[in-house]
Design a protein. Sequence first.
Length: 293
Amino acid sequence: MRPHATYCALGLLILMSVLRSPAQAQGTPIPSPAAVGQASPPAEQKSHRLRFPIGIDRVPEEAREKMPLPFGIGMNFFGSREEYLFSSASVSMNGQPIPPQMMILDSLTVIQRSRTLRLDCWLLPFMNVYAINGTFSGKARDIKASMVGQSIPLPEEIPFRGTNTGMGVTLAAGYKSMFFTYDWNTSWAKLNLASGRVPTITQGPRIGVVFERPNVRADVYVGGFKENVSGNTEGSIAFTGIGLFDYDVTVRPESAWNYVLGADVELQKQLQISYEHGFGKRTHNMLSVTGRS
């Protein structure tokens, strides 16, 4: 039960492409096939890019001017709805262990919202690295559980909140007005209902088209988003009329993959606004605003 975010691809030099991180998440700018706005004087441009990306001096000057500015800071706003299945569960009620054959935990629905700060840098002309930190909140509902074949009267909703930190890398390649990216992200969530941190790995490919106008660059893309939640979640919940419920469970998404459709607008290279919608077994919406220098 956690936000995410996040995507990796193959390439040697980016002549044009756009970087994005879903889900969980997390937008990145895209090198464009044509220069956007007025280019800086050669001396100023070279000084600004003296260190990052590494190897920028090997990129042809014309392509160099089309790349995004190397450093970014942005905010991502993410909301999702997802079904989870219990892979394994060990539970006890008021300190008394319940045999696995007597109590069955089946599935639950998680609805959540998150706000994430993202810092990124073009380390290489085709590689963007980033770090994320944020907060999330939501609720677990429609918990399907039974004991000796009888449904257990659990609360309709269990609210939760927590913090999330992580890092990732996005690789990109482009040809003419087309671009391809692949993002990989790992993060750890600290949940108020669980002890320890819950690790998650997300990844996903994207392919899209870039459109250029004076001072404005836009792109649209389609792709996929995969989420792997690993590790056990331990904790306790006090239910009115039932008692203290201790649990040690392993959950997994009902479907690891979902589809994504998104768009992004970049103004004068310094400002990027992105929106992404995910659909399938998992649905999500993400809005991100990023400034670059």
